[in-house]
Write a protein that binds this ligand. Sequence first.
Ligand code: IDP
Length: 149
Amino acid sequence: MERTFIMVKPDGVQRGLVGEIISRFEKRGFKLVGLKLMQISRELAETHYGEHKGKPFFEGLVNFITSGPVVAMVWEGKEVIATAREMMGATNPLKAQPGTIRGTYGIDVGRNVIHGSDSPESAQREIALFFKEEELLSYDKTLDTWIYE
Ligand code: IDP
């Protein structure tokens, strides 16, 4: 089973979309294994978005992601990394398919509501950045036999 890092960004928290976003992952059948409301420090933001350092939008991105509480989560399930990216939609919400999270709730690329890891490597890196080992739980859900064959 894969795990991925998902974060409701400050715009999603302010707009009251936390429940809606969690609900989409729950209803799809994925399992929540870690969850916290937190305010990201500048240092964590710069590490998390390190690959974008030097780009024109980097400063604005760091300012935005540290501007208010976020909800950091780890979701588990079969092919959850790629599937979460599909559920989120394209980075630019105006290009995201209708029905996706960004395609339903977003307009601007700098206010795109949600973050999700884009590969197994970034999932591993981001989970370790945001969560301690003991904050992630392994447990069985009886419903799993109705979700997986
Ligand atoms: P992703 O979030 O879909 O993985 P990335 O290319 O990794 O997309 O970019 C990280 C975040 O940086 C995006 O979610 C978006 O909020 C922001 N971003 C990316 N490109 C731009 C841009 O051109 N202008 C403003 N913000 C951007």
